[in-house]
Design a protein around this ligand. Structure first.
Ligand SMILES: [Zn+2]
Length: 194
């Protein structure tokens, strides 16, 4: 496993290292012996204590109708998804206060969506466009460039890989899942690691 580098830009759910290598600090969480970032920010490793922390990025709070944002799916209701808005896209400036937006089932993709669970899952990172910002933030992921950009296996937490237009497969356990994926699925990770 690649060791965590200080100063790396990370998003919630990014793997920082294992609990054998590091001590989880502020802005991180541990799951099954692995340490993940809980925030959008910069990772830091204290060489003496081996603690890994993530410091949240500072930000400019402005969200306009038409803006594209990066968010994390928090919860699925029968007719809508609740999304925590993390950052503007593509500037990556963070959005403070963790505002929530909603994606109505009719705005997830083009055409009819029978079951929201076939399109999104809690923990997914999504690109979404703001349709309304008052009195609450309403989002759409319908255009092909929008939708899920990173998803984790619901069985083993590994990052899913795209195998078809909307089908994802887990490289670790072989689990197959469906999402409304963005045409940018996985590109962010490819940039981060390459
Ligand atoms: Zn898996």
């Amino acid at each position: 496993m690649k060791a965590t580098q200080s100063g790396r830009l990370v998003v919630p759910g990014d793997l920082l290292g294992t609990a054998e290598e590091f001590v989880p600090g502020r802005g991180t969480y541990e799951h099954d012996g692995r340490i993940y970032s809980a925030l959008l920010g910069q990772s830091r490793v204290d060489p003496s204590s081996r603690s890994v922390t993530v410091r949240a990025l500072h930000s400019i709070p402005e969200l306009d109708v038409g803006d594209v944002v990066l968010g994390r799916v928090e919860d699925l209701k029968s007719a809508m998804a609740i999304v925590e808005i993390l950052a503007a896209h593509p500037s990556s400036r963070t959005v403070p206060g963790e505002p929530e937006g909603t994606i109505h089932v009719s705005k997830v993709k083009e055409g009819y969506t029978e079951n929201l669970n076939d399109e999104l899952a809690p923990g997914d990172l999504v690109l979404a466009r703001i349709l309304e910002n008052h009195p609450s933030i309403k989002l759409t992921t319908a255009p092909s460039s929008l939708g899920v950009v990173s998803a984790r296996c619901q069985r083993c937490h590994a990052t899913l890989e795209l195998t078809g237009r909307s089908e994802l497969v887990c490289p670790r356990c072989g689990n197959r899942e469906r999402r409304k994926v963005s045409s940018d699925y996985g590109l962010r990770q490819a940039r981060d690691t390459g």
